[in-house]
Design a protein around this ligand. Structure first.
Ligand code: F6R
Length: 241
């Protein structure tokens, strides 16, 4: 595992963008995209490189980590819409080649299997961007998630629904369930890039990188993966030994 500690969040963004750019420059590549605040600066930096120096995403495709169950793709808060607004619409990545679990699937259990199959049929993810929750979650894999889990339906905790209510008109509008790639699915990506900034993430980063490999810290799966880059600022690195 490579741990890159940068002085500022802006330098974290450009370091993570350098990694993604390396894959995009190869031509055909499959990106794994996370939502949440952690990768937003990286997405902005990649969009800037597209604008200023023509970084070409036309041969790339992408898979999302997770999606709300019950929201149509077109809903402004579906993760598909969020990733379009924050990234895809600012580069020349074909929206038709950006895939997410179908939040409106009639049979969610069949949809999660289809999603895992579609990632495998696409040849797998080359580089997966990840954020980390303060409790060590990745995707919607909360503490206690099986380390080998595949894409599946998860029930949101009341705390997560409260946390996410700010994005919806009414708190009751927050869906109760999500479809999320499992820890096993995420581990299948060939390169995992975790992005974290700020003191609030310092304990989670220390547990993920230096703590025991345990389902109680889902991000500790980074330790058994062959190719991981953790890109963090000094504040997020503050509890590393
Ligand atoms: C979102 C996701 C989540 C976030 C995590 C951190 O697709 O996978 O696991 O990465 O909740 O969120 P932020 O980056 O907002 O601190």
């Amino acid at each position: 595992m490579e741990i890159v500690i940068m002085p500022t969040p802006l330098e974290v963004d450009s370091t993570a963008a350098d990694i993604v750019e390396g894959y995009v420059r190869r031509g055909a590549t499959t990106l794994g995209l996370a939502t949440g605040s952690s990768p937003i600066g990286t997405y902005r930096e990649l969009a800037r490189r597209h604008r200023v120096s023509g970084l070409d995403f036309s041969q790339a495709q992408a898979f999302l980590l997770d999606e709300y169950l019950g929201l149509p793709k077109s809903h402004s808060q579906s993760y598909y819409s969020v990733i379009r607004a924050e990234f895809v619409d600012h580069v020349n990545l074909d929206p038709e080649r950006v895939f997410s679990p179908d939040g409106e699937a009639a049979i969610p259990d069949a949809e999660v299997e289809r999603y895992d199959r579609s990632i495998a049929e696409a040849g797998g993810v080359d580089v997966q961007l990840l954020g980390i929750g303060t409790d060590g979650h990745i995707g919607f894999n909360e503490p206690g998630s099986a380390l080998s889990s595949r894409t599946r339906v998860k029930t949101l905790t009341e705390q997560t629904r409260i946390d996410n209510a700010r994005f919806f008109e009414r708190p009751d509008d927050v869906p109760h369930h999500v479809l999320t790639q499992g820890l096993g699915t995420i581990s299948d990506a060939r390169h995992l890039v975790m992005i974290a900034t700020g003191e609030g993430k310092a304990d989670a980063i220390a547990a993920a990188v230096e703590g025991p490999l345990t389902a109680f810290c889902p991000a500790s799966i980074l330790q058994w993966h062959r190719h991981v880059t953790v890109v963090i600022d000094e504040a997020a690195a503050g509890r590393l030994k």
